[in-house]
Design a protein around this ligand. Structure first.
Ligand SMILES: Cc1cc2nc3c(=O)[nH]c(=O)nc-3n(C[C@H](O)[C@H](O)[C@H](O)COP(=O)(O)OP(=O)(O)OC[C@H]3O[C@@H](n4cnc5c(N)ncnc54)[C@H](O)[C@@H]3O)c2cc1C
Length: 336
């Protein structure tokens, strides 16, 4: 396995920001990963794991060691009357895995079609879209701890999944590498086409298949979201804020078009895109950064943009939303 020094990350992050990693490696197996991490030089160097870099904002160079797990095998590990258990390496491209499952008619991942990134990152923020989340199908996650190079397995219900949240963003953050994820997929899929856009696309189809749902969602996403190959972005830059029911009701009274979504007990989730749009940011540009004209949650990094420019724009948005609505929004993107 080659270990690169001063490795250029511009093509490895979807925001297209200029940055270098002091060291960079792509281990292709757990054994390679272990042998890399047992070397004294790397053991004592700061480390971070990176998949496809579609949810990372580099402020500047990373003065440490970036590990890109390139473990790429997909295997059925078990099967019963209702389910298939599919184990995929952290380096498998997420959408390739969705395609693999959908092509075989297995259900559970189709609503997460066309999300950029690798399998290893899916549990980290419990990726979600169109009424589904990764946690709905994650059966177990295999993890290699830096400390002692111990291999651990967490069952789905031990991963503390929440809205764009998991144990890997909290207690286990920076403690190791997700190596494999096993998904439990349904042989008799139950289709979830309740999301407004998906329902519209399925109009006239009485019993949609997982394949049709995947096709519809991929085409909706291609129309709505900017392609990182054309303009740098990391998808939704902010999470939807969860606020007290009383604040949500107050806001609803002043802004009847504000949609409220159920969250925990006594709480509501608000659409951050609506809040940002109401503050007038949608379609705006400041220097080399801006806000997407079709989706206010997406910040854009035009050629020459720096991480600091994006962070400054995000701070201005956060401050303006707070002043106008008394609501705190926070980045979904990982700032490094
Ligand atoms: C156009 C676009 C659309 C998007 N749409 C969605 C969407 O609909 N829903 C959604 O949830 N997200 C969406 N995203 C965000 C992104 O695709 C997901 O967060 C994805 O899971 C990130 O995968 P990645 O491999 O690029 O991870 P990276 O960006 O490389 O890493 C993300 C985080 O996970 C950690 N990590 C990555 N791999 C591992 C591993 N093997 N072990 C331990 N930690 C690891 C990293 O350290 C980092 O903290 C979108 C992004 C873009 C650019």
């Amino acid at each position: 396995m080659k270990i690169f020094q001063n490795f250029d990350l511009k093509e490895r992050n979807t925001l297209g920001l200029r940055a270098q990693a002091k060291y960079y490696a792509e281990p292709e197996s757990v054994e390679e990963l272990k042998s890399l991490l047992s070397d004294d030089l790397y053991r004592s160097t700061p480390k971070m794991v990176m998949g496809a870099g579609s949810n990372i904002l580099f402020r500047g160079d990373y003065e440490g060691f970036i590990i890109h797990p390139s473990i790429k095998d997909i295997r059925i590990t078990d099967e019963d009357a209702g389910y298939i258990y599919l184990r995929a390496g952290a380096g498998v491209v997420w959408d390739k895995l969705v395609e693999y499952a959908v092509d075989r008619g297995w259900g559970g991942m189709e609503n997460l079609s066309s999300i950029p990134g690798c399998v290893g990152a899916a549990p980290v923020q419990n990726i979600g879209a169109y009424g589904a989340e990764a946690k709905d199908t994650i059966f177990k996650v295999e993890y290699l701890l830096y400390e002692g190079l111990v291999e651990k397995t967490l069952l789905g219900n031990e991963c503390r999944f929440g809205y764009r949240d998991s144990i890997f963003k909290r207690e286990l953050k920076g403690k190791g590498v997700i190596t494999y994820v096993t998904f439990r997929l349904s042989k008799i899929p139950s289709i979830n086409a309740e999301y407004e856009d998906v329902k519209l696309a399925m109009n006239g189809v009485s019993e949609p298949t997982v394949f049709q749902v995947r096709e519809a969602i991929s085409s909706i996403r291609a129309k709505k979201l900017p392609d990182p190959a054309v303009v740098g972005n990391a998808g939704s830059f902010f999470k939807n804020p969860v606020v007290s029911k009383s604040l949500a009701m107050q806001l609803k009274e002043s802004y009847p078009d504000l949609k409220l979504f159920p969250a925990g007990e006594g709480e509501c989730k608000l659409p951050a895109a609506w809040l940002i749009d109401k503050c007038g940011f949608k379609g705006s540009r400041t220097g080399n950064v801006g806000v997407h004209a079709n989706q206010a949650l997406v910040l854009l990094a035009f050629e020459g943009a720096t991480g600091e420019e994006l962070i400054n724009l995000s701070k201005t948005i956060i401050k303006t939303v707070k002043e106008r609505f008394n609501v705190d929004i926070e980045p979904e993107v990982n700032i490094c």
